[in-house]
Design a binder for this molecule. Structure first.
Ligand SMILES: [Zn+2]
Length: 245
């Protein structure tokens, strides 16, 4: 079984890429991916309709799609919590996303605290975009919230994006609840992370439909055992995300 922990619906304000349900399912079929976790693309528009669209897809395809919420930390506390609770408790979403580049705020900045507080309350991990878009996307900025909320798994998406991957490794060294999702990182960096922490701290994500076969080939090229591959592509995600809800 293969789980893609990093997929999007909607239109990205950075890349202009739009992903639909039909395109996602076709790409999953083409690449042998069983289940995808889907969140809105980074956008400054109201994300609630995109959350609704993701929830609709997840309801139609419960074995193939699960939702994740990406809500701006700049919203008021009450607005943020209302949407986070709606997504997790009513729509069955399995994570919250913090996007330092998309939302123009570091994960350790004051208004971001509500993201981790909500995740703690709702029992879901926080996926933090890291790498592209520094200084807010520096992986080390995940350390303060990860320390403040030790029960919240903090997933460093893109694991520093290659350039800052050494820093992502340091962040994971000092916080046991920081996990690494090395999409867009070089092969040897993904291997280094698995050697350092074991496959149970590393997760598979593709981020873009056309990147699915690339990320699959990457992990198959770095000499992992079948057990390690299974852990990265399924096991770690099944342990961190509340999939049984
Ligand atoms: Zn992404």
């Amino acid at each position: 079984m293969i789980i893609d922990t990093h997929q999007h619906f909607g239109t990205s304000m950075f890349s202009g890429v739009t992903t639909t349900e039909a395109e996602l399912l076709a790409a999953m079929d083409a690449n042998g991916i069983d289940l995808a976790f889907v969140m809105p693309q980074p956008t400054l528009e109201d994300v609630r309709p995109i959350h609704d669209q993701i929830a609709e897809s997840a309801e139609k395809h419960p074995q193939r799609i699960r939702g994740m919420a990406s809500i701006s930390p700049w919203l008021s506390e009450s607005e943020y919590f209302a949407e986070a609770r709606r997504c997790v408790n009513q729509l069955g979403f399995v994570a919250l996303k913090h996007h330092p580049l998309g939302h123009n705020i570091a994960p350790n900045a004051g208004p971001s605290d509500k993201v981790f507080q909500a995740a703690d309350e709702l029992g879901v991990p926080v996926i933090v975009h890291t790498g592209l878009g520094t200084p807010w996307s520096l992986p080390s900025l995940c350390i303060p919230p990860a320390r403040k909320y030790p029960n919240v798994p903090v997933i460093a998406a893109h694991a520093g994006w290659g350039v800052y991957s050494a820093e992502a490794i340091v962040a994971a060294q000092v916080c046991d609840n920081i996990y690494l999702e090395p999409s867009w990182c070089p092969t040897y960096v993904a291997r280094k992370m698995i050697d350092e922490f074991g496959a149970e701290r590393v997760l598979w994500g593709s981020d873009h439909l056309s990147n699915m076969p690339v990320e699959l080939a990457k992990y198959r090229a770095i000499g992992l055992t079948e057990a390690q591959l299974d852990e990265v592509m399924r096991g770690t995600a099944e342990r961190i995300f509340p999939l049984s809800r």
